[in-house]
Design a protein around this ligand. Structure first.
Ligand code: FUL
Length: 447
């Protein structure tokens, strides 16, 4: 039955190939949960840092700011959601609470919130506005809830862990479905000079009891890992696997290089998410308007995160008016155009693919010109490919090596000098088990 389905699948779309023996479709090693698989399909979504820091020009608020500093004069969450949607982003993750403890919703568990500000006469709720806007635009929403809280008087005492759980509960039960919960690793001192001993096990169990489908991000997951830098760049070798035993979030996290590559034999499936800001800081600062990344820089980052099997979390912070600035939205729109143009024409669309052991030979009736290949593993069966090579030529006897790389995972976009060829060979040179490949596509991406 399974074999029949596989044959039908190959006939249906010749650009999809499974190299395997009859046992290959068995799962191998750790595999993603349905929620993780759905999360990986999102590929690209926006981060938004917004709060008192937007108005005080700080990156880390002290927690003692007057709530009245928070005063966006023309806030329009529909504009944020529309821009996100138009850029191809699948959702927005907002700093519901950053380290200064200020809550963008009127939390019952804090006295440092939008309610204490004069903004909308204390009746405003950014989380409500944004959740409605996201629904309207047809995108998803996630929340960053900083465990570090420089305002809360109980921070640094065991009682704070319960307060943090109640705070999460308020958000996770009051605003509809979120796709991701974001935990940064920061663990500084609070008002009383003490650091909190976080009870992450309880935090995690509680969050999942409120929204069981959530994927939770932190340095070490449980579902998604930090990629070890804030530049948006994942290593060329990227395993979706990680060993977390003995490690903690924040200072006790695995070495950044490990987070950047994953562990080849890691025990848990914890894929990487690459976070980076479109501008210098995480929060909006007018003087950084000239640091907004160009469409080309964003595209290059995309190749180094989505093109290396991870997801791209791009921070686009609203300004003091409560709007996305035009320079940021222009860069986002051009980035979208660039992606659309780059991946519009798959030159291997009509190719016939033959498999011989761990090699795939792609033969075309007419030569194609390309400089990029996109490979995929069907990761629901586990991640298997350790390394591969690509050859191209006019026929099977004139093949020359044009590229080589390591790991494939969900998606690998590999670039090389432009070639014109009728024959292409993808050789899996090392694998942990029989590779189960997904689609192969080829593109000519113009500079
Ligand atoms: C870090 C924070 O300390 C930064 O302020 C920022 O929010 C970044 C995305 O995460 O942990």
């Amino acid at each position: 039955m399974r074999l029949k389905k596989t044959i039908a699948f190959i006939l249906f779309t010749l650009s999809i190939l499974t190299i395997s023996n009859s046992k290959a479709q068995e799962k191998f090693g750790p595999t993603p949960s349905p929620q993780q698989l759905a999360w990986q399909e999102k590929e690209f979504y926006l981060f938004m840092h917004f709060g008192p820091n937007t108005f005080t020009n700080l990156e880390w608020g002290k927690g003692s700011e007057d709530p009245n500093v928070f005063n966006p004069t023309q806030i329009d969450c529909n504009q944020w959601a529309r821009i996100a949607k138009a850029s191809g982003a699948k959702g927005i993750i907002i700093t519901a609470k950053h380290h200064d403890g200020f809550c963008l919703w009127p939390s019952k568990f804090s006295t440092h919130t939008v309610r204490e500000s004069k903004w909308m006469n204390g009746k405003g709720d950014v989380i409500k506005m944004l959740s409605e806007a996201c629904k309207k635009a047809g995108i998803e929403m996630g929340v960053y809830i900083s465990p570090w809280d420089r305002n809360h008087p109980q921070y640094g005492t065991p009682a704070y862990n319960d307060i943090y759980i109640q705070t999460m509960k308020e958000l996770l039960t009051g605003y509809g479905k979120f796709f991701e919960l974001w935990w940064d690793g920061a663990n500084g001192e609070g008002q009383n000079g003490k650091k909190q001993v976080y009870d992450f096990k309880r935090f995690q169990d509680s969050a999942l009891s409120y929204q069981s489908h959530l994927v939770i991000f932190s340095d070490i997951g449980p579902h998604i890992r930090w990629i070890g830098n804030e530049d948006g760049i994942i290593n060329e070798t990227n395993w979706n696997l990680l060993d977390t035993a003995g490690f903690k979030r924040g200072e006790g996290a695995p070495p950044t290089d490990t987070l950047n590559r994953g562990n080849i034999n890691g025990k848990a499936w914890i894929p990487g998410e690459a976070d980076v800001s479109i501008r210098k800081g995480w929060f909006y600062h007018e003087e950084e308007d000239n640091t907004v990344k160009t469409d080309k820089q964003l595209f290059n980052l995309y190749l180094k995160n989505v093109g290396r099997g991870g997801n791209f979390l791009l921070n686009v912070p609203p300004n003091r008016k409560g709007l996305i600035s035009s320079v940021d939205s222009a860069a986002l729109m051009n980035f979208k155009k660039m992606r659309d143009a780059a991946f519009k024409t798959n030159v291997l669309k009509d190719a016939v693919i033959k498999k011989h052991g761990n090699e795939m030979e792609i033969c075309l009736t007419q030569a194609a010109t390309f400089n990029t290949l996109q490979l995929q593993e069907q990761i629901k069966f586990g991640q298997r490919v350790i390394s591969f090579e690509i050859e191209a030529g006019d026929n099977e006897n004139s093949l020359k090596k044009i590229a080589a790389s390591t790991t494939i995972g969900r998606k690998k976009i590999i670039q090389f000098p432009t070639v014109t060829a009728k024959c292409i060979k993808v050789k899996i040179t090392a694998a942990k088990a029989n590779p189960v490949m997904g689609a192969i596509a080829g593109y000519l991406i113009k500079e």
